[in-house]
Design a protein around this ligand. Structure first.
Ligand SMILES: Cc1cc2nc3c(=O)[nH]c(=O)nc-3n(C[C@H](O)[C@H](O)[C@H](O)COP(=O)(O)O)c2cc1C
Length: 355
C-alpha cells in the first residue's frame, strides 16, 4: 500500500503511530514502528529542551529509519485565558490525596520555536502540530526540507492550515486524547465529527494529502481510511498497548477492561476537551460541577495527582483513549501490531473486490 504520501515520508506501510504526550510514546515504541516501515512519532509536549534532545537521540540510536516529532501549539484567545473558572473540585481532590492545594510550579517546558530548532538540528524532518496552525518557525522548518503536518477536527480548520502545511491529519470524534479543535468554545459546541464523516469532507476540501485518525484499531480501519481518500492512518490507542509504550500497568489494565461505551470527552483534565476512559476522577468532576481553569493551568493543577494515580490504580488520572477500545484486546510488541495491521489490511483489500 505505497500511497504517494507514504513514499514521500519514506514509509513502506501507510501507518502512523500517533504521538502521545505523557511519556507513552517512548523511543522504543517510536523506533519499533519506524523500523518496520511505519512512521513513529515522538510527542514534544510537557518536556524540557534537554529531555526532548535526549528523546530524539535515544530514538535515533534505535532506528536509522525516519521518525517525527509532534508539538502542541494551542491557540489561546484572550477570552479563553480569562474564562471564569471554579477549580475547587480539583483543589479538594489534591488535598484529599495529601497534596498542597496549589502546585509547586512547573518546570520550563520547551516551547515550539526551541523544540523545532532542536528537532531540525537533530535531523528530524517530519513535524506535526495539534490544536492550532504551525507558528513562526514554519519557514525555518520548510527551508530545512521538513514535512509539516497539522491536525484538524473540521473542514474549516483544514482550510485554515492548508496554505502553510504539507499534510492534514483529520482527527475524528472517536479519537483518544486531546481534541485538536483550535478554538473549542463551550462544551455544547465542541465539534465531534466522526472519522467516517470528517475524512472524505476534508479530502474534498483541501489539495493536500490527508491522514485519517480516530478509532482506527486494525487493518479494516486502515483500509477504510484509504477508501475514504486518506493516504495513511494514524493510530493512538492501539499503540498504547504495545509492550514498548510507556503506559503504566494500571493504565493498560483499564484499556483492556474498557469497551466502546466507557469513554467521555471532557475538559476536566486540562481545560481543553479530551477523550478518556470514565473513572472516579471523571465521576467526581461531573458530580461536583466545577469549571476547569483555562489550558494549561488545569493540567498543571492536576499534574501531581495524575502522575501518582497512573502509578497506582489510575482512578484519578486522565486515562486518555479512543472509542475503539474493544479492538485492543491484548498487549503486543509494536512490530507484531504492525504485522497484524498490515496482514489484515491486505486480506481486506483482497476480499473487497469479490463482494
Ligand atoms: C494517550 C493519548 C495521548 C495523546 N497525545 C497526543 C499528542 O501529544 N499530540 C497529538 O497530536 N495527538 C495526541 N493524541 C491524539 C492522537 O494523535 C490521535 O488523534 C488519536 O490517538 C487517534 O485516535 P485513537 O486513539 O482512537 O487511535 C493522543 C492520544 C492518546 C490516546
Amino acid at each position: 500500500m505505497p500511497t504517494p504520501l507514504a513514499r514521500r515520508l519514506g514509509l513502506t506501510v501507510p501507518i502512523v503511530q500517533a504521538p502521545m504526550a505523557g511519556g507513552w510514546t517512548t523511543p522504543e515504541l517510536v523506533a519499533a514502528v519506524s523500523d518496520v516501515g511505519g512512521l513513529g512519532m515522538l510527542a514534544g509536549a510537557r518536556i524540557t529542551a534537554d529531555q526532548l534532545r535526549e528523546l530524539i537521540r535515544a530514538t535515533r540510536r534505535l532506528t536509522s529509519r525516519p521518525f517525527g516529532l509532534n508539538l502542541q501549539v494551542p491557540i489561546i484567545s484572550p477570552e479563553e485565558a480569562a474564562r471564569p473558572a471554579n477549580p475547587e473540585p480539583l483543589r479538594r481532590l489534591r488535598e484529599e490525596h495529601g497534596l498542597a492545594s496549589e502546585p509547586a510550579g512547573t518546570p520550563a517546558w520547551v516551547g515550539p520555536d526551541e523544540a523545532v530548532a532542536i528537532a531540525l538540528a537533530e535531523g528530524i524532518r517530519i513535524l506535526s502540530v495539534v490544536m492550532g496552525p504551525p507558528g513562526s518557525w514554519l519557514a525555518k522548518a520548510r527551508d530545512a526540507g521538513a514535512v509539516v503536518m497539522a491536525t484538524v477536527t473540521t473542514v474549516a480548520e483544514a482550510l485554515e492550515v492548508e496554505g502553510g502545511v504539507d499534510v492534514v491529519i483529520a482527527q475524528g470524534g472517536e479519537a483518544g486524547g486531546h481534541r485538536s479543535t483550535f478554538r473549542p468554545g463551550a462544551p455544547d459546541h465542541w465539534p465531534l465529527i466522526g472519522t467516517m464523516a470528517l475524512v472524505p469532507q476534508v479530502v474534498d476540501a483541501v489539495k493536500l494529502p490527508v491522514i485519517a485518525s480516530g478509532g482506527i484499531m486494525d487493518g479494516r480501519g486502515v483500509i477504510a481510511a484509504l477508501a475514504l481518500g486518506a493516504e495513511a492512518a494514524q493510530l493512538g490507542t492501539r499503540f498504547l498497548l504495545a509492550r514498548e509504550s510507556g503506559a503504566t500497568p494500571a493504565y493498560r489494565r483499564r484499556l483492556l477492561d474498557a469497551d466502546e461505551t466507557d469513554t467521555a470527552v471532557t475538559d476536566a483534565y486540562t481545560g481543553r476537551p479530551a477523550r478518556g476512559i470514565r473513572n472516579r476522577f471523571l465521576d467526581r468532576m461531573a458530580e461536583q460541577g466545577g469549571t476547569p481553569l483555562p489550558w494549561p493551568r488545569q493540567g498543571a493543577l492536576g499534574a501531581e495527582l495524575y502522575r501518582a494515580s497512573f502509578a497506582e490504580d489510575g482512578e484519578w488520572a486522565p486515562l486518555l483513549a479512543g472509542q475503539g477500545l474493544r479492538l485492543a484486546a491484548r498487549e503486543q510488541a509494536a512490530a507484531e501490531i504492525m504485522r497484524e495491521l498490515t496482514a489484515t489490511a491486505r486480506e481486506v483489500r483482497e476480499r473487497l473486490p469479490r463482494w
